[in-house]
Write a protein that binds this ligand. Structure first.
Ligand code: SAH
Ligand code: SF4
Length: 411
């Protein structure tokens, strides 16, 4: 049975009001152990009990994956009552779940307002592959950067996601994929990492993770905590458009794998494609990469390079690319451009992508071509955008027709 067959059917339940999400209570999800201890102390949990309570909660939240205090059977009833009165552990609201014909899943999630703001929506994507499953997580609602080939870049930044909301995407995905032991499982049950559906995380959804550093850091440290969700840091990749001042801190303080959205090898072109390049040009970016903590041949940086027809896909570009990365333990990920309604770019011809890849390979770099996944549900890289700014139905139908005509090989 393939991974996609093994997982639950698409969510069909109609949207029902979720008063739990509107309670305004603080969540226990996404707090560091210290912050959770402080929150418990503030509500009167005696000092001598706090450490033990935090361990219990950590286990229930992140190993067992419960989203209801009543499921915490080894926590005394009055304690559970106290927790329910003051805190929440709810999952985000699923507005829509779509399943691509290749098994990719996309969730449109809604988070309650923070302060005076409105509810916000983000997308999270699950990509099942042979022997692994990757969850693509969003870090912001919209993006303040305006990379010219990226759909998210056309949506203004609404706000940063909190650590709870970043982690909530992982918990929700694991719920929906059956990746937590069920409620009937014994109290010490867990799903061994080899049997899990979500084996890898990429911070490649909506937003620039390094413009939301603290929340991303807190969430990823919880995701990789060995007594909880236990994802290996080698299986977590953070992708940045090149926020140079935060790159060193990413290695030092979070310790996950790094991906750089390079896309061009000349400043003049990169200024147009990835405008943050005007602030942090190629030389500074590559210098920061060279200094990335823990960099080694066994821990290489991934350079993402979107293939845009007649823009950045010449063999001259390939040559410059190989020169530019000299001395950096690197792999190059060639991403066929994923079109979206209103874009003026086209994906490079397949033959040209292969020529480009061959050249890079011969120069000594692994350069896998990323197979586009979930294009039919607009779940592929750079296609994410939230419902509030979604295309109109007529626009969508025209777009889908275009996709079927132009990209039949993906179906
Ligand atoms: N903001 C971060 C992470 C999110 S974007 C960053 O820019 O790295 C994740 C990846 O998708 C980036 O490499 C981005 O450049 C790429 N991408 C964006 N739009 C794309 C598109 N239309 N087709 C293919 N890849 C795209
Ligand atoms: Fe933002 Fe990344 Fe898209 Fe650029 S590619 S607009 S940084 S999400």
């Amino acid at each position: 049975m393939s991974v996609s067959e093994a997982i639950a059917a698409p969510l069909k339940t109609p949207l029902v009001p979720r008063p739990d999400l509107m309670s305004g209570k603080p969540s226990l999800i996404g707090l560091t152990r210290e912050a959770m201890a402080d929150a418990l102390k503030e509500k009167g949990v005696p000092e001598r009990q706090v450490k033990m309570r935090v361990s219990q909660l950590w286990h229930w939240l992140y190993v067992r994956g419960v989203s209801d205090f009543d499921a915490m059977t080894n926590v005394a009833k009055d304690m559970r009552e106290m927790l329910r009165t003051h805190f929440t552990i709810s999952r985000p609201e699923v507005v829509e779940e779509q399943i691509s014909n290749d098994g990719t899943r996309k969730w449109l999630l809604r988070f309650p307002p923070r302060g005076a703001g409105r509810p916000v929506e983000v997308e999270t994507v699950y990509i099942p592959e042979e022997g692994r499953g990757t969850l693509c997580i969003s870090s912001q609602v919209g993006c303040s950067l305006t990379c010219s080939f990226c759909h998210t870049g056309t949506q203004r930044l609404v706000r940063n996601l909190t650590a709870e909301e970043i982690l909530g995407q992982l918990l929700l995905a694991r719920d929906r994929l059956g990746d937590f032991p069920g409620l009937d499982a014994p109290a010490n049950a867990f799903v061994p990492s080899g049997d899990r559906k979500v084996t890898n995380i990429v911070m490649m959804g909506m937003g620039e993770p390094l413009y939301n550093f603290e929340n991303v850091k807190t969430a990823l440290l919880i995701a990789s905590d060995g007594d909880g969700l236990s994802l290996s840091k080698r299986r977590i990749t953070l992708s940045t458009s090149g926020v140079v001042p935060e790159i060193y801190r990413t290695g030092e303080e979070i310790g996950v794998m790094l991906a750089i959205s390079l896309h061009a090898v000349r400043d003049e072109l990169r200024d147009m494609l990835v405008p943050i390049n005007k602030k942090y040009p190629l030389k500074e970016l590559l210098e920061a990469c060279r200094r990335y903590p823990g960099l080694a041949n066994s821990r290489r940086i991934t350079f993402e390079y979107v293939m845009l027809k007649d823009v950045n896909d010449s063999l001259e570009d390939a040559k410059l690319l190989a020169q530019l990365l000299k001395g950096i333990p690197a792999k190059i990920n060639l991403i066929p451009f994923n079109p979206w309604p209103g874009t003026n770019y086209q994906c490079s011809d397949w033959a040209q992508i292969e020529k480009f890849a061959d050249f890079i390979n011969q120069a000594g770099y692994a350069s896998p071509i990323r197979t586009p996944r979930g294009r039919d549900i607009l779940a592929a890289c750079g296609q994410l955008k939230s419902e509030s700014e979604r295309m109109r139905k007529t626009e969508r139908l025209a777009f889908e027709a275009m996709m079927i005509a132009g990209h039949g090989e993906d179906d």
